[in-house]
Ligand binder design. Sequence first.
Ligand code: GA4
Length: 329
Amino acid sequence: MVAITAPGSIEQIPLILRPKTNAVEPAAIPTVDLSAPGAAAAVVDACRTVGFFRATNHGVPARLAEKLEAGAMAFFALPGQDKLDMSGAARPLGYGSKSIGRNGDVGWLEYLLLSVSSNSVAASSLPPTLRMALEEYTAAVREVGGRVLELVAEGLGLVDRDVLRRMVIGSEGSDEMLRVNHYPPCPVLAPGDCGVTGFGEHTDPQIISVLRSNCAAGLQIKLRDGRWAPVPPDPRCFFINVGDSLQVLTNGRCRSVKHRVVAPPEGMQSRLSFIYFCGPASSQRIAPLPEVMREGEQSLYREFTWGEYKSAAYKTRLADHRLGPFELV
Ligand code: GA4
């Protein structure tokens, strides 16, 4: 840990030095063409082997994300107090700066965390251009999430192709969220140093997450062999990651992926990312889908509801293994 003073700020916060990455082949990150005939098999293959993939041919026009990027950058350029006044302090929804969750995690970022299922965006006092851009983007990214969930069901060979999609999209009380993360360039500490952790390593608790970023690098995923792989940014694509809930629903066939973000070093462009989290309704039972189970196969997890898992998640630190307490054997 190291203390850094942000430029123009009197605030001192402890930050974690940028972690090391091992160089890996870019091919380690699978690409799936969502409109290709073999998409379902490719999606499930990626969810089993890496827990992460790049989605192309998703049908979302670039201008929606570009509008949101412009609106978000204008918002983040406002004075801190204005941002807080407009969206409230993240608890967990709202505007947050450097502090993540409730248990002392910190990172070199500021963010907006919004519920997008309960119309909180429409009702918020965010600037109208940003609000509209958020609504348009969410409607489009939700379709991508829904399509991926259908492909997962199809690729797993489920007869009910809509079973996963139904848990989230259009489901009464679903817990869909959008996170807008802004990672400003971080001052270097000494020659050779290249910044600090923007968002520490973690898995997402939801079913899947759908991420889009600008051209600034920083996202890394943990491969099954333990190496960290940088994800080359590509604003034309979405990046999908498997969350803990999909791991349980598939009894470990799909595996949630650890990921983290390194803040851009001084002199580089800010990183901006939008992440749509496919969370189901609080009462949704999270347990292996009967249809995925082979005869005699035992569940690897004690059954829980999304509400229970979410409250348990908020008692953990980012890097914790959140499924641990729910594992059988
Ligand atoms: C990780 C995935 C999502 O960003 C998030 C995060 C949440 C938060 O930032 O409020 C958590 C984190 C995330 C997992 C453990 C807890 C909760 C911060 C934290 C330390 C919004 C989510 O759903 O879980």
